[in-house]
Design a protein around this ligand. Structure first.
Ligand code: MV4
Length: 507
């Protein structure tokens, strides 16, 4: 049965809120923004057909507050909620609450979110359905002598991971016999403090793995396909920095095998919606299931670029109850895509967030360039949320051309007022390990000195560009109204298809 969605509340902010609303607009679906005090002037509020204030800047009192989001959805008469990524996107309780209130949650069921959120249960499910996992424990081992024996069986080094963790939170590597129990106790107390759950599991340590993930789509009729892989080994402190597809490590044969296992993983839990199966892959092409993410991911645009499918549209169609309109044999990658995440951070000062007012921004354009962002001149990046400014997604026919195009686009990208990671990303594009495609998850660590060394030839160029940008900015200031008063409707809104729509008064 098809349940048509005509209005979606987007329970998020920043670039992803805009990204979701863009697909809604193309589908003729109205979008409702929610916003905190500091987000009154945020771009997602301006773009939406309707906007509802939900509370103070603190996430717990706004974007993470289930009651406030549900109340906003009811008030706006939204028939669905898209959670984006982060915030409530992998919160089983939230998905359940939507179900109870008769609001379509654009994502999987609460049961599936729960199963995959508990990493021990996820591992067990994968073992049962024949998906390879890292050799290790299957149960929540409580007894210390049992654990010691298990570690001896697996063989050092091992990883101790929190069952309620994920993404590297509450993870410990142990390489010496005498450190096992101490590490175990520390891991457990850290897990209890962070997640209120001290269950841990143990895996054999994979020494120089690649992080490769598969995008999957499942409908509510049991059909599941994969949209190939993303190489995500360029990470710093478990934060992805650069992602690309195809993976330089991948072969057609490995892709087919891993893709089949990714589909099996999703089928094992009756998955519906967009999801990601993460694998660790070693240089001998052995691969192991790591985690499943039950949401749309930050890096989804590179998959969109090489496969041509709009993943948000697919999520919405699936949520409405449509059968998948893509067959596995129709999916192929055309060319190469790379994403760089642009952060407001000081790479010379331990990557400290650098919030503040954007005094000038010039974004790259041209063939094969996509930017998913949300900031504008005069916008103040709040300190309360993730400092990501935008994502720069580059496409070209070959990997080599994509790297050169990324360097060109990073050169064109000018942001003043806050410190950004643009120069750091340029260094990554200049790095031999990256250019050769031979990097693994130790890439950033292995190239730290090179990545942090200033490039003086480029610096002097940049100085000139920044002065030019600044003069230009002042020249234009006279004519630019940075923050329109909330009572004013911007002109472009009158061109919207739904003139009867109103903007809810702020309360
Ligand atoms: C591992 C591993 C080696 N062996 N597990 C880090 C994030 C979390 N998703 C899993 N992580 C790892 N798990 C075993 N058994 C190495 C990592 C790891 C890593 C993984 C992906 C990307 C970057 C990483 C950086 C350091 C460690």
């Amino acid at each position: 049965m098809i349940k048509k969605i005509s209005k979606v509340l987007v329970a998020n902010r920043g670039e992803i809120a805009l990204r979701v609303m863009r697909s809604c607009r193309e589908l003729g679906i109205l979008s409702v923004a929610v916003y905190s005090d500091v987000d009154r002037t945020s771009m997602h509020v301006r773009y939406a057909d309707q906007a509802i204030h939900i509370g103070p800047a603190t996430s717990a009192e706004s974007y993470l507050n289930i009651d406030k989001i549900i109340n906003a959805a009811k008030r706006a008469k939204a028939d669905a909620i898209h959670p984006g990524y982060g915030f409530l996107s992998e919160n089983a309780e939230f998905s359940k609450r939507c179900e109870k209130e008769g609001i379509i949650f654009i994502g999987p069921t609460p049961e599936v979110i729960g199963t995959m959120g508990d990493k021990i249960t996820a591992r067990k499910t994968m073992i049962t359905s024949g998906v390879p996992v890292v050799p290790g424990t299957k149960e929540n081992l409580k007894d210390e002598s049992t654990i010691l024996n298990t570690v001896r069986e697996i063989g050092l080094p091992v990883m101790i991971k929190a069952s309620a963790g994920g993404g590297g939170k509450g993870m410990r590597m142990i390489d010496k016999e005498e450190n096992i129990l101490e590490g175990l106790r520390a891991a457990k107390s850290e897990a209890m403090a962070s997640f209120g759950d001290d269950a841990v599991y143990i895996e054999k340590y994979i020494s120089s793995p690649h992080h490769i993930e598969f995008q999957i789509l499942g409908d509510k009729h049991g059909n599941v396909i994969h949209l190939c892989e993303r190489e995500c080994s360029v990470q710093r402190r478990h934060q992805k920095v650069v992602e690309e597809t195809p993976s330089p490590l991948m072969t057609a044969e490995l892709r087919a095998q891993m893709g089949e296992h990714a589909v099996a993983a999703a089928k094992a839990v009756n998955y519906h919606g967009a999801g990601t199966i993460e694998f660790l892959v070693d240089n001998d092409h052995n691969y192991y299931f790591l985690e499943m993410n039950t949401r749309l991911q930050v890096e989804h645009p590179i998959t969109e670029r090489v496969t041509g499918y709009d993943l948000v549209k697919q999520q919405i169609l699936i949520a409405e109850g449509h059968k998948l309109n893509i067959k596995q044999e129709d999916v192929f990658q055309f060319g190469h895509a790379i994403e760089c995440r642009i952060y407001a951070e000081d790479t010379d000062n331990n990557f400290m967030p650098s919030p503040g007012v954007i005094t000038h921004i010039t974004e790259p354009m041209g063939l094969g360039v996509r930017t998913d962002g949300y900031v504008y001149e005069g916008y103040e990046i709040p300190i309360h949320y993730d400092p990501m400014i935008s994502k720069l997604i580059i496409w070209a026919r070959t990997r080599e051309e994509a790297i050169e195009r990324m360097r060109r686009a990073l050169f064109e990208y000018k942001i003043t007022g806050v410190k950004t990671s643009i120069k750091y990303l340029e260094k990554i594009m200049d790095c031999d390990d990256f250019r050769n495609g031979t990097y693994d998850t130790h890439f950033i660590q292995n190239n730290e000195a090179f990545l942090l060394a200033p490039d003086e030839a480029k610096e002097s160029f940049e100085d000139l560009a920044i002065v030019t940008a600044f003069i230009d900015y002042h020249h234009k200031l006279k004519n630019t109204q940075i923050c329109p008063k909330s009572s004013q409707q911007s002109k472009w809104k009158e061109f919207g298809r739904r003139r009867e729509m109103y903007r809810a008064s702020e309360n």
